[in-house]
Each structure stands twice: as C-alpha cells, then as structure tokens.
Write a protein that binds this ligand. Structure first.
Ligand SMILES: [Ca+2]
Ligand SMILES: [Ca+2]
Length: 362
C-alpha cells in the first residue's frame, strides 16, 4: 500500500460528510497527512521588543463561544461562556514575503520539504498498517485538484492529491512558484512551521478561544465575521469557493486559489480574511468533546483540552485551525463561519493552510 492509499484510507474514515449534529462529531476539510512529528518546541517565547506593526489590539471581553445555526457541527456545541484578555493580533494572514524573511534568516526547512519518517507516521495509523514503498515517503504535500464533473462529497481523495515537491515555495508542486505572490498568504505550512515562525518573530499562535473571539468582532452570536448576511449577498465578503464544489468555481470574489491579503473588507476589529482565504492554525489541541467540559461555566482564557481525540481518527493527535479557505463552500463545510472547528494533525500542511499570529498584552 502506498502512502496515498494510506491517506485515502484515513480520509475514508476521517472525512465523513453526513451532516449535521447530532449525527457527526465534527468535520475535516483537509485530509490527514500524517507525516511525522517535529522537535520544535510547542512553547512560544514572546519577545518584549516584538514589532506590533500590522497588528490590531483586540479588546478583551466575554462572549458565547460555539455554534450559532444549523450549519454547525456537533463539536461546535454546546455554546459556553468564555472571557479572554486583550491581545494583539496580526491584521492579515502571514504572507509569503514574511515567511520568506523567516526562512532566509534561519535556514528553516518546513515539514513538507522533509522526507516522511515512517517510524513517526505509523504511530498515527491503525496498528498493522504496512510500510509504504520508500519512494512514497519523499517530501510532498497535499494539493487541491478540481474534478471535471460533480462528484460525491464523501470521498475527498477525488480532489486532494499527495504531490511530491509541493511546498510553500511551489504551492502546486514542481513548476509552480510564488513569484509575484509576496502578498499572498503562505500555504503548505504545518502547525510546527507556524509555531517556529511565531517563535522567531516573537509572537505566538492564538488560542482557539482568542481566534473565535477576534473573528466575532464584538457581534453577539453572529454566524459570520461580518454578521448574519448570506455570504452570497452584496459585495464579496471573503475568498471562498463560489459555484459548485469541487468542479466549478465562479470566482465572483475574483480568486480561484489564494487572494492577496486584505482584498476584502475587514471585520469590526480590523482583521482581514479572518473568514476565508486560508485556514489559520491555532495553538490548541482538538478534542471532539472539549466544549462539553466547559458547558454551564465561564472559562477564562481557555487553553484547549489536555489531550486530543477525534473518533474518526482515534490514533491521530490533532490541532485546531479556523476560518475556512478559498475551498470552502456552503455545500461542504462552510468553514468561514465564526464557530467552525477544523481538526488536523500538526504535520499536515496543504494548499489552503496558513496562519496568523498574536501577542499578549503587557
Ligand atoms: Ca474564491
Ligand atoms: Ca483566513
């Protein structure tokens, strides 16, 4: 069995699309890559001299966290009260130019640029999964390829390909590049890559609670960062998939893949592309029942569960990402909602995975 077949196996388990609560715990729009772990510290060291340019102050406060309408998955419930302290947040997703500066300064090699370590990957797979051929363990990442006709949305392997040579410098694989895309969000970054960048720049990843609080922009129980207006009404609000997923993209918002950051209106806190464009890694682990443990309480600055659990992939440790991407469509995950929770193994980068950073207020 080659690694792609392994991925398909995992995908088949992990991306069941039967909506909605209470049938399904949650949803994952990106298949698990299940590559290997990293030695990068999970503790970020925020520097006192951090540059707050292109960051906005998010005033702390109290909010109701979790699903707001019938698009929400079971893991978005129950809604629960959370208080977060004030913090600074990047106004836009980390760009190729910003990530390039990090790599040039440090020589950092991203997860997608390294060969897969079978001894690590097999820990996240069902016991007894056979080792793939060595040629299948070469550096690679997940690339979206549209289908040419309508397909069942149950099988994400129809539009995700494990492509050798795909990484942040070559988002669609060999022959592609980021030339002319300095102001596009960096993609194909793993959670470890995002943490390494944050550590270098003196910032950290937001907690899941901070991210959702920021996305809501002070609006109470709104479904989207802009309020409750339908995504398709009025001016384009975010870079998403418009048309019929995954074979026809009408590009009313102007972009098929990533858009330059700050192409659409910001939310009330001045945050651009907090909905859509690329998914944004958060610090927290994912546990499908985490919100149940917070029900009926007010939690201050929650840091996420102590352990990770996704019943679709019980062997895989997963981290949260938020906000949806240029691939999100109402028929599929509507990931651009404030409360949508994406769960992915931290070694998984893909064509639509990026991040933004935050700094605690001092
Ligand atoms: Ca688009
Ligand atoms: Ca985003």
């Amino acid at each position: 069995m080659n690694i792609r077949n392994i991925l398909i196996l995992i995908i088949a388990i992990g991306c069941q699309q039967t909506p909605k609560p209470p049938q399904t715990a949650g949803h994952s729009c990106t298949p698990t890559q299940s590559r290997f772990s990293s030695s990068v510290s999970i503790t970020s060291h925020e520097k006192l001299d951090v540059n707050l340019k292109e960051m906005v102050l998010i005033p702390g406060g109290r909010f109701s966290m979790g699903g707001d309408d019938d698009q929400a998955w079971r893991d978005e419930y129950p809604k629960h009260m959370v208080v977060v302290d004030s913090f600074w947040m990047d106004v836009h997703e980390v760009t190729n130019a910003q990530f390039s500066a990090f790599v040039e300064a440090t020589g950092y090699l991203t997860t997608a640029e390294k060969a897969v370590d079978w001894e690590e990957i097999k820990k996240e797979l069902p016991p007894g999964t056979p080792k793939p051929d060595a040629s299948q363990l070469a550096p690679a990442s997940l690339v979206f390829v549209p289908t040419d006709k309508p397909v069942s949305l149950l099988d994400v392997s129809q539009w995700w390909q494990w492509r050798q040579g795909a990484n942040w410098r070559q988002p669609e694989g060999p022959g592609s590049s980021i030339v002319g895309k300095d102001n596009h969000p960096v993609v194909h970054v793993s959670w470890f890559d995002a943490v390494a960048y944050c550590d270098w720049v003196g910032k950290r990843l937001p907690t899941e609670a901070e991210w959702e609080y920021a996305s809501r922009g002070g609006l109470t129980d709104a479904v989207y960062a802009w309020g409750n207006e339908d995504l398709r009404s009025g001016k384009p609000k975010a870079n998403t998939w418009e048309g019929a997923f995954p074979f026809r993209n009408d590009k009313r918002d102007g972009y098929y893949f990533t858009a330059p950051v700050q192409s659409y209106q910001p939310n009330n806190y001045g945050l651009y592309d907090i909905a859509g464009n690329v998914w944004e890694w958060c610090a927290d682990l994912y546990h499908e029942d985490y919100y149940k443990t917070l029900a009926g309480k007010t939690t201050h600055n929650p840091q996420g569960p102590k352990t990770s659990y996704d019943s679709n992939e019980p062997y895989a440790l997963k981290r949260i990402s938020r906000g949806g991407s240029f691939l999100c469509h109402e028929s599929y995950c509507s990931g651009y909602r404030n409360s949508m929770r994406m769960k992915t193994t931290p070694d998984t980068g893909s064509l639509h995975t990026g991040f933004r950073a935050v700094v605690s207020l001092r």
